[in-house]
Design a protein around this ligand. Sequence first.
Ligand SMILES: [Zn+2]
Length: 170
Amino acid sequence: MTEKRGAEKRSGARRPGIINDLRNLSFKNGDEDKVLDARFISAYKGKLAVKKAGTGGRSFSLGVLFISPELKAGNRYSIDTVKHEYGHTVQLKRLGLAVYLKAVARPSMKSKETGREYYSLPWEVTADMLGGVEREHAEGSEERGEAYLADWLPRRRAKKASEMKNRPGC
Ligand SMILES: [Zn+2]
């Protein structure tokens, strides 16, 4: 009994998940399986990744990767989802939060499509591309996605310019 407990202690099997997560936490991590194996939190390519239940099995990103706990390490779709969510954080960085919410988050929440059609939508296909997901997309959707993002980019610049102009004392 004592010996067994000692062995468990050494292996970390009885340690609460969050403690293990914090021990393993590395912002340099680029292994999708480590994100999927974490109990609550991990990191991926410099971004925090959080296991989030109650998202209807969907994963989403707002600079932090929210990953559905239903996704499993070693599973192709799960690994692609981590990469895809990271791709959304790249979109966010490029567009800025205000534009990202309009151009990506809002249409993404509304779209009901699944599978190939869903991942061929302009705001989704570009997350795949920026995250390095190799997935089959509808014909021409990658070009349409790039054009879509390019179309939103000037709105970020315009918004920043007006913020600068309105800043008091500038
Ligand atoms: Zn997405």
